[in-house]
Design a protein around this ligand. Structure first.
Ligand code: GLN
Length: 185
């Protein structure tokens, strides 16, 4: 069973992707949802500051951080990548801080609108990537971080142990290969 953090943002699209892959999921909205036993966690795109504040207020932050530290596979997309990151440019408060990268929010090229690109993500070739006010990864803070994609000279996808973080929105396309990569973890 995969837990999808569902406080704000594009969580339903992730649920639809999992449904299409016949994977069971549960939306995480409050503490009682954490009583389930999860095999994986998805942190969706949206607004990371709002998600961080809500997760804290609802008392979810520590529990989720523990799950991630205990090696539950995680997929963080866009705002979800920001929640995972150990550092945010400008010294902004982090949420989980479990992924040893530094991200730059709302600073990616043509980010004021949105843009699409196609590229390889790890061993997935020609993956459609949709960027919406996307962050990029400006620094890698551990040798164990694997870079999965670079677009326009910016790192946009990484894997570190049980964590996958991407700047773009795989849930907004019909290509399910990245969700499958996560499920394989
Ligand atoms: N700009 C958002 C943030 O900083 C992320 C955008 C997204 O998730 N599409 O949280």
């Amino acid at each position: 069973m995969i837990g999808i953090l569902a406080l704000q943002g594009a969580f339903q699209e992730h649920a639809d992707a999992l449904k299409n892959l016949s994977a069971e999921y549960k939306l995480i909205r409050n503490k009682s949802d954490l009583e389930n036993k999860f095999d994986g966690l998805i942190l969706p795109g949206g607004e990371s500051t709002v998600q961080r504040k809500l997760a804290k207020e609802l008392g979810l932050l520590e529990h989720l951080r523990k799950m991630i530290k205990n090696d539950i596979p995680v997929l963080g997309t866009c705002a979800g990548l920001i929640l995972l990151s150990q550092e945010i440019a400008g010294g902004e408060e982090t949420a989980f801080g479990t992924l040893p990268v530094a991200v730059c929010r709302n600073a990616y090229g043509r980010q004021l609108g949105s843009f699409s690109a196609v590229g390889n993500v790890g061993n997935i070739s020609d993956f459609p990537m949709r960027f919406i006010r996307a962050p990029y990864i400006e620094k890698i803070l551990s040798d164990d971080v694997e870079i999965l994609n670079v677009t326009d000279n910016k790192i946009t996808a990484v894997k570190y142990k049980n964590q996958i973080g991407v700047s773009f929105h795989p849930e907004l396309t019909t290509d399910l290969r990245l969700h499958q990569m996560f499920l394989n973890l």
